[in-house]
Design a protein around this ligand. Structure first.
Ligand code: ZN
Ligand code: ZN
Length: 297
């Protein structure tokens, strides 16, 4: 008999502590976080806690679900980057950032970081910092009707429903859903509320957006990593290059030294040019079959 078809028995009910301990140390392949059966066991165990009126235990199950979700989205973002689907991975990184921010309201992320949530939070930010995106679109909307996710009633500042946004009720987090709104404007910004609204150019044949970005930095890192749980960081350094290697750098282009001036008026007459260099340091050296060479940016 296929174990997936076994009817749910009381044996399948977990305690929240058991669920949380199964999610520890995700750097070893973690069947708990990947197995759909595990998710349904948590959901059924949470329902049993709610039925028994144990709000604290139900909340701990919500925490276990949020931890599992954070790990999975982070691993998913890593896999997308491995396929060089950088914009898709960017959206997953943002989803991971949001999930961890709401988890942290109810769960203290601190050493020894057994579920690696602190690690994931820091690495999400590090990956995001490697992306070339600078301009985002931010819509301004007028919220006309907002509903509570717990009780479905219309809420406003004057008429609160009694549920507090971000709190956990019966193992579910309360959030507000905008069900009716008026679109006011859209503006280009550098620090958007929602990071997925990246500005893309239109393709020449008019068939939609075209990804014109240069992903050299995230590509360099992802090509050398074997696991999302192998840490890395970067250091801003400089390196010296010979003038001869810049022979095809146009004099009217910006100088590679980073001064912002034209190359012809800046370093073109020097025998050597000092250029900014981003050095990657990997906690686990790239496996021999992965590219080893350094990058010059
Ligand atoms: Zn409510
Ligand atoms: Zn220069």
């Amino acid at each position: 008999m296929n174990s997936e078809n076994v009817p749910m028995s009381r044996d399948s009910i977990l305690s929240a502590s058991e669920a949380l301990s199964l999610l520890e140390r995700p750097e070893t392949p973690n069947p708990a976080a990947r197995n759909p059966r595990f998710a349904s066991r948590i959901a059924e165990s949470k329902a049993a806690a709610v039925e028994a009126g144990d709000q604290e235990e139900a909340k701990r199950f919500w925490i276990a679900e949020a931890i599992s979700h954070s790990q999975l989205i982070f691993e998913n973002a890593f896999e997308l980057m491995k396929e060089h689907r950088f914009y898709d991975a960017w959206c997953k990184l943002e989803e991971c950032e949001i999930t961890i921010a709401s988890l942290e309201r109810h769960f203290a992320v601190r050493p020894p970081d057994r579920h690696r949530i602190g690690y994931i939070r820091d690495m999400v930010e590090r990956w995001q910092s490697l992306y070339p995106y600078k301009i985002f679109f931010s819509p301004e909307i007028l919220k006309q009707r907002v509903e509570c996710s717990i009780c479905d009633t219309k809420v406003s500042l004057r008429n609160p429903c009694g549920h507090e946004k971000g709190q956990i009720y019966d193992g579910e987090q309360c959030y507000h859903i905008v069900t009716k709104c008026e679109f006011l404007s859209i503006s280009a910004v550098e620090n958007p509320v929602q990071k997925y609204s990246v500005g893309f150019l239109a393709s020449e044949n008019g068939s939609g957006p075209r990804d014109h970005y240069d992903y050299a930095h995230p590509r360099f890192a992802i090509d050398r990593l074997a696991s999302p749980y192998h840490g890395w960081y970067t250091e801003d350094q400089t390196r010296t290059i010979q003038q001869s290697s810049l022979s095809h750098h146009p004099p009217s282009a910006r100088c590679p030294c980073g001064s912002g001036n034209e190359f012809g008026c800046c370093c073109k007459s020097k025998p050597e040019v000092v250029v900014p260099h981003l050095q990657f340091i990997f906690s686990v050296p790239p496996p021999p079959e992965l590219p080893q060479e350094q990058i010059n940016i």
